[in-house]
Design a protein around this ligand. Structure first.
Ligand SMILES: [Zn+2]
Length: 271
């Protein structure tokens, strides 16, 4: 982990307790020299996070789509498969797998996910979360290009054929759980570990913000494999990346926001 000079922001060399550029004392470097702990390796963790996403969220999700296409084709006596069946199942199982791997691999970091927020940060981020949730709910009911879920899922939720739970087929339960867990995975893998790693670079907060927004939106759209969700995903990531960086790197409000948006959107579609 890089330790910076508080005064001139230069990256200090190991054991450089006093900045050789400006002479400022670094309490962090002093602490690191005493304990031998130079802090977590943020770049290494980002690589692990992206690997988990790449394998579970991308490769395994893709493989599952093929498997479910074959299963559905067999159920239909060779009459093909539907996006709804393959995607809602593959998103459901790949998101569960991703969350389990993430929680196991990063279990030691867990307590740091929810650092304390002050009242001002809490109030500000709740206001942004409510505003963005309202915008997303309106957009997803407004046009087919600004959806929270791919179009075939929205169409399914609006039909009379929908069921709450089905072990083999598509169901509301799998859609809701899949959407929530994909969102939480993007929060942890795409926001937390990317921002942590970018914090180590010379980039300013604005650059870190925009890189994180673009990268996490890309991850989400690639995983869901639908361009229908691009606009809404971008809006959500603009808000959640901002909230995360503004609230001492706290993921709690983002996770609550994603759960609520998903549930409210589904309830509106099915009633
Ligand atoms: Zn300095």
């Amino acid at each position: 982990m890089k330790i910076r000079c508080k005064n001139c922001y230069r990256v200090l060399n190991p054991n450089e307790e006093y900045c050789t550029n400006c002479g400022e004392h670094s309490a962090r470097m002093q602490q690191a020299m005493l304990t031998g702990n130079y802090g977590p390796d943020a770049t290494g963790k980002l690589k692990i996070a992206l690997t988990i996403f790449g394998i579970a969220g991308f490769i395994i999700c893709g493989l599952l789509q093929v498997v479910f296409a074959l299963i559905e084709n067999k159920i239909n006596d060779g009459n093909g498969y539907t996006n709804l069946f393959c995607e809602s199942n593959s998103l459901f199982y790949s998101s569960i797998l991703t969350i389990i791997i993430t929680l196991v691999v990063f279990r030691k970091d867990l307590k740091d996910y929810f650092p304390t927020i002050n009242k001002k940060q809490l109030l500000g981020s709740i206001l942004i979360a409510i505003l963005v949730s309202a915008i997303v709910i309106i957009l997803t009911n407004l046009s087919n290009f600004t959806l929270l879920f791919p179009k075939y899922i929205v169409n399914y939720l609006k039909t009379d054929d929908k069921v709450f739970f089905d072990i083999v087929g598509s169901c509301i339960f799998k859609i809701v759980i899949g959407a929530i867990l994909v969102g939480i995975s993007v929060e942890i893998l795409g926001h937390k570990y990317l921002v942590d790693a970018l914090d180590e670079t010379l980039l300013g907060d604005k650059a870190i913000y925009f890189i994180t927004v673009i990268a996490s939106t890309f991850m989400e759209v690639i995983w869901i494999m639908s361009i229908d969700v691009l606009v809404v995903s971008l809006i959500i990531n603009l808000a959640t990346t901002g909230i995360y960086m503004y609230t001492n790197r706290n993921l709690l409000i983002n996770i609550i926001m994603r759960v609520l948006i998903t549930i409210i959107a589904v309830v509106i579609f099915i009633i």
